[in-house]
Design a protein around this ligand. Structure first.
Ligand code: NDP
Ligand code: MG
Length: 382
């Protein structure tokens, strides 16, 4: 029986993970869960699954009498770190959005648990640091993000030294077919209409700008220890090929499936074994198309690649800038075409090369957020 801790249990990935786990009550059990705002969701999950450690990081508090069984309840800012330290688990699923996942996941790495990693922000902002610690401690980090899970699976077809290139696929987001001349002033409603996946607003805009793909290229570079220049991105409308690896003999190995996150989540739990999953079997042959990325259409993606190649805290700075720019675009404060302008400005305004630790990441994140707010405010005045 594998014991699984899930931080971010009330979110989209967290709930899909629980769906996977509940199908195999003899193979998995949940020993820790967390939520940030969804109190009722947390209480009902805990009472249904009888989770021994329950963490709540939101502002108000929970009461132990909310639970119909004996459990350890941790509330407040340090609940995730305290939970990660005290709970009993073999696998730690990081399904929290943003940087609050950084410290608790480092605790889980140091405890020797397998990390099932869905959260993107951790490897984007602190990938070099996190992977250096993980490699030193020989800790297992199994990706959940579909592209990285695909690459992880493809890599088992050969030796690491024989890898020539990683090929990451992208749906191209909601703006992939809009004429370039119309892109300048397109509404958030259009960007929110993602062609293949149904996700939250922030990530859907990040798909339209391909900032999300920039994050994923940086994540892949850190996770698989490969240069940004050796990672190619291709537009693949159908989201069936989740990514590929080209080996030095020219063989390209791909992983295909219907787009359903429960497959990579389950694989991160069962690896190296496989179990039947609820994912609809893929009917082969199906129509598949691939085309090159047009950087003119996706200027933010190009900036993300530059930040990734610069390394240090540049990706953390881009993450912080993006977290301000997306809400500013959604609320109509800035135009779509202003997002890359601000991102370039952030990239040019900070000097962020060199070694860093988690405290540096959090400091830069706060500084760049503040700076970006100021730039957005100035743009609004023009
Ligand atoms: P959701 O927004 O659906 O869920 C986020 C979870 O994190 C919720 O449980 C939420 O709690 C919790 N949370 C939010 N803010 C905080 C905070 N400040 N402190 C502690 N916990 C917090 O996100 P997703 O499940 O979609 O995504 C999770 C991560 O996985 C992200 O990094 C995302 O980029 C990545 N990812 C997601 C994919 C997807 O298909 N959804 C695909 C690939 C990667 P509450 O609900 O109580 O507020
Ligand atoms: Mg992805």
């Amino acid at each position: 029986m594998k014991k699984i801790a899930i931080i971010g249990a009330t979110g989209s990935i967290g709930r899909q993970a629980i769906d996977v786990i509940e199908r195999y009550p003899d193979a998995f059990c949940v020993t820790m869960i967390s939520a940030h705002s969804d109190k009722d969701g947390l209480i009902s999950l805990a009472n249904r699954l009888k989770v021994p450690t329950v963490c709540y990081t939101g502002e108000s508090s929970l009461d132990i009498t909310d639970f119909n069984y004996p459990c350890t309840l941790l509330c407040g800012e340090n609940a995730l770190v305290d939970g990660a330290e005290s709970a009993d688990y073999d696998i730690f699923l990081n399904a929290v959005v943003g940087l609050p996942a950084l410290r608790p996941t480092m605790v889980a790495i140091k405890k020797g648990a397998r990390i099932a990693l869905s959260n993107k922000e951790m490897l984007v902002s602190a990938g070099e640091y996190v992977m250096a610690v993980a490699r030193k401690l020989k800790s297992e980090i199994i990706p959940v993000d579909s592209e990285h899970s695909a690459i992880f699976q493809c890599l088992s077809a050969g030796k690491r030294e024989d890898v020539d290139k990683l090929i990451i696929t992208s749906s191209g987001g909601a703006f992939r077919d809009i004429p370039l001349a119309m892109l300048d002033d397109l509404s958030p409603e259009r960007a929110l209409n993602h062609p293949n996946w149904n996700m939250g607003k922030k990530i859907t805009i990040d798909c339209a700008t391909m900032v999300n793909k920039g994050f994923e290229v940086i994540e892949a570079s850190r996770l698989f220890d490969i240069d940004i220049q050796s990672i190619e991105t291709v537009i693949h409308r159908e989201s069936i090929v989740h990514s590929m690896v080209r080996f030095k003999d020219g063989a390209v190995v791909a992983q295909l499936s219907e787009p359903d996150m429960r497959l990579p989540i389950q694989y991160a739990f069962t690896y190296p074994e496989r179990l039947p999953s609820p994912v609809k079997p893929l009917t082969v042959p199906c129509d598949l198309s691939f085309r090159a990325v047009d950087f003119e259409r996706y200027p933010c993606f190009k900036i993300m690649l530059e930040a990734g190649a610069l390394g240090g805290l540049y990706p953390a700075a881009m993450l912080a800038a993006d977290s301000v720019l997306v809400p500013a675009y959604l609320s109509g404060q800035i135009k779509y075409s202003q997002m890359p302008i601000v991102m370039s400005e952030v990239l040019a305004s900070f000097s962020l090369k060199g070694m860093y630790d988690i405290d540096d990441v959090l400091r830069i994140n706060a500084e760049v957020e503040k700076y970006t707010h100021r730039v957005v405010k100035n743009l609004c005045r023009i």
